[in-house]
Design a protein around this ligand. Structure first.
Ligand SMILES: [Ca+2]
Length: 508
């Protein structure tokens, strides 16, 4: 497969491989984006620090540094927190994969792009957007990705010089196994396989190899781990650490949903099934097992960086795309505007991160990462971005900061978070939570007259004119066009140039 994608023109020998791969990619981007003709000259001048950009899919705040679950075991993320800055009030711009990742990777809010749903074809919505990896590519970085970066079916070749594609995930025999009828991938089980046979650990091994080698240009390496996305199948050793009979369920309150708008809630089917079939403790154990597995993979990559030649000149970013509900408000999965879905993991370490080992409680957003990395690496700014560089907070985590965090489900279901408050607006109602007194968002204060002024001031922070343009849906894309957003399978190994996959070249 890889050999088929290669042409002798592009890669002929190890010494020529970088130039051979980069030039077509840059040319392709330039032709698409009409970038300045001096992009090649800029490419030659890149001298900033490297970026290791690690994403973990569907990871909520159940990690040591955020304290979301007292039994979570995340030694590697704990260690990263000691080396950098952890943002304790970091939020996604949309509580589902595609719109959140589109916002992160383009630096644009859903209210700007109109991308609110997993099926929305983001590239159709923002055809001129220069993605975060593209911006680094245009300025001379070697840009590689692997695993889940953009939303699965909507990864785009033009954002990468080479990509490590997942091949297929292992599952237990006889799946699904939890006994819930028609449960699909809402399932959890240990695997008898060794970690090295699983996709995320294969991805980690790919990144380890790259991080252990010398490179002549700075790199931007994106590593997107898939678990704890459903189904929760990871090696049994991780399940062994969380006996279901001993795991604690998340805090819940009887009658919690009595005071929320109807449209804030999704179906109760998952929760009814989980309780009916006695799966709540087992599900919590499964999620904790997957987080523990994700932490091990993150740890492998970080250890490779630390032991390799790039340890002192690489910015590390760890992020998740949104949170996850495990029965709070009788909800499972994401797709809600509450803290449990909106809060994400965001940690930075390395060059430019001065406040080592500190936490920042300022409200920050995933889309702030794009301008932050541009800033830390000394690349030209992009004025169209909606986020703000976090550089001041990386030196003084308590620095003055007036930007709230916005999370949207649609133009008419949107939430704003400040350090104390969460205010959410729906077509059929409102919510107001005082996080100073109510960390689980149990008491909706929106109807209390004494909070009228607070509510009004928070409402003014919501997007004024959110985009309502209809975006092409992925299932409606003609087959020929779907090829444009798929990345061909490829593995990158520096010692073997045939593993470079010049992605753009394979699309025609
Ligand atoms: Ca409530």
């Amino acid at each position: 497969m890889i050999a088929v994608n290669m042409t002798p023109l592009l890669v002929t020998a190890r010494g020529q491989s970088k130039r051979s791969v980069v030039l077509p990619a840059l040319a392709a981007i330039c032709s698409v984006l009409l970038c300045p003709a001096d992009a090649f000259a800029q490419a030659a001048r890149a001298s900033g620090p490297n970026v290791l950009f690690i994403g973990v899919d569907d990871l909520n705040d159940w990690i040591g540094p955020l304290g979301g679950h007292p039994q979570s075991i995340t030694p590697n993320m704990d260690k990263l927190a000691q080396r950098g800055v952890t943002f304790t009030r970091a939020y996604c711009q949309a509580p589902s994969c595609n719109p959140s990742r589109t916002s992160l990777m383009t630096g644009l809010r859903p209210s700007t792009s109109g991308v609110y749903n997993n099926a929305d074809v983001w590239r159709k919505a923002v055809p001129d957007a220069v993605t975060l990896p593209q911006h680094f590519m245009l300025h001379g970085y070697e840009v590689l990705g692997g695993g889940k970066t953009f939303h699965g079916p909507q990864n785009e070749a033009a954002s990468w010089e080479a990509y490590f594609q997942f091949k297929g995930f292992l599952h237990p025999s006889g799946k699904p196994v939890n006994g819930i009828p028609r449960t699909g991938h809402f399932d959890w089980s240990g695997l008898s396989a060794r970690a090295s046979e699983t996709e995320d650990t294969r991805l980690a091994a790919w990144a380890e190899r790259y991080l252990g080698e010398e490179h002549s240009r700075p790199f931007f390496l994106a590593v997107g781990f898939y678990r704890p996305h459903l189904p929760w199948y990871v090696p049994q050793e991780h399940f062994d650490r969380f006996p279901p009979s001993r795991v604690e369920l998340p805090p819940t309150l009887e009658g919690d949903i009595d005071d929320v708008p109807e449209s804030s809630l999704r179906s109760f089917r998952d929760h009814d099934n989980v309780t009916k079939y006695g799966q709540w403790h087992k599900a919590v154990a499964g999620y904790l097992a997957c987080i523990n597995y994700a932490d091990a993979n993150v740890g492998r990559v970080l250890a490779a960086l630390e032991d390799g030649p790039h340890a002192d000149n690489t910015i590390i970013v760890l992020w998740s795309d949104h949170g996850w509900q495990l029965g709070e408000k009788r909800q499972w999965r994401k797709f809600t505007l509450w803290e449990r879905s909106a809060r994400v993991v965001m940690m930075l370490a390395g060059p430019g991160v001065g406040a080592v080992g500190r936490k920042s409680g300022r409200t920050v957003e995933l889309l702030d990462l794009y301008p932050t990395l541009v800033d830390l690496c000394g690349l030209p700014k992009r004025p169209e971005l909606d986020g703000r560089s976090l550089r001041p907070l990386l030196h003084d985590p308590d620095a003055t900061w007036d930007k709230p965090a916005i999370t949207s489900l649609s133009p008419d279901r949107v939430s704003v978070r400040t350090e104390r408050w969460r205010y959410s607006r729906y077509a059929d109602g409102e919510e107001l939570y005082d996080h100073g007194a109510d960390p689980y968002e149990w008491n909706n204060l929106a109807a209390r007259p004494e909070h009228g002024e607070v509510k009004a001031s928070l409402a003014r922070l919501l997007p004024k004119h959110p985009s309502r343009k209809q975006t092409v849906r992925y299932p409606d894309l003609p087959e020929a066009e779907r090829r444009l957003v798929e990345v061909p399978e490829g593995r990158f190994r520096k010692s073997d140039p045939s593993n470079y996959v010049p992605l753009r070249e394979t699309l025609d």
